[in-house]
Design a protein around this ligand. Structure first.
Ligand SMILES: C[S@@+](CC[C@H](N)C(=O)[O-])C[C@H]1O[C@@H](n2cnc3c(N)ncnc32)[C@H](O)[C@@H]1O
Length: 192
């Protein structure tokens, strides 16, 4: 973002907003504005953003369909999303999954890769790309103090655990179709 651009930061907690505002002040960034709100109902107008980015947030939402619908609404036609997220591949034993959630926080509610694609497509997005940036192994979890639990499930060393870090990219088509939604489609765009 150049000096002529504008960035909005969105979070639902006062603590994170205070931190973000302090960081922006200390960095001398004047063209960023921080908004209190939820990603399932973004406090931004339709078609108001070129790009939406997030890191380890979407997986925390209990209603990802609403998040993607909102991203689509707030983006301008042709606008893009780039979401760093945890994506589940394969099956993990429930107990193991719950414990890793404690370790990795961002695992809570992570989607399967196929679900991610279909939810984005249902919201209206195209050019969907999920790039795996890291695959977690038993060694990673052992390093987080979960060795005992992993042994119980016979997972060790470089054995993979069924979830990865990924960069999820997609674009709102320039010529929008009505996304699949129950209550009236919003034509037009966007977020920050
Ligand atoms: C794991 S942290 C994100 C860290 C940050 N993006 C980073 O890269 O350091 C998750 C953040 O998402 C926020 N959050 C969680 N659910 C949210 C929601 N439904 N709407 C808006 N913010 C939410 C939390 O308040 C928290 O600040």
């Amino acid at each position: 973002m150049g000096p002529a651009g504008k960035a909005y930061g969105l979070d639902m907690t006062d603590e994170m907003l205070d931190l973000a505002r302090r960081n922006a002040r200390e960095a001398g960034v004047a063209n960023a504005e921080f908004l209190k709100g939820e990603m399932e109902a973004m406090p931004l107008p339709d078609g108001s953003a070129d790009v939406m980015i997030s890191n380890c947030v979407v997986n925390l939402s209990p209603d990802k369909d609403a998040v993607f619908r909102e991203a689509y609404r707030v983006l301008r036609p042709g606008g893009r999303i780039a979401i760093a997220d945890i994506v589940v591949r394969g099956q993990m034993p429930r107990l193991l999954q719950r414990s890793l959630e404690l370790w990795a926080g961002c695992l809570a509610g992570a989607l399967q890769e196929d679900e991610y694609r279909s939810k984005l497509a249902a919201a209206g997005f195209g050019e969907i790309d999920i790039e795996v940036t890291r695959e977690y192994t038993a060694s990673d979890a052992e390093g987080a103090g979960l060795g005992g639990l992993l042994q119980r499930y016979g997972k060790r060393g470089e054995e993979t655990l069924g979830f990865v870090s990924a960069m999820v990219r997609a674009r709102k088509p320039v010529l929008s179709r009505s996304p699949e939604r129950s209550e009236g489609a919003v034509e037009g765009p966007v977020n920050g």
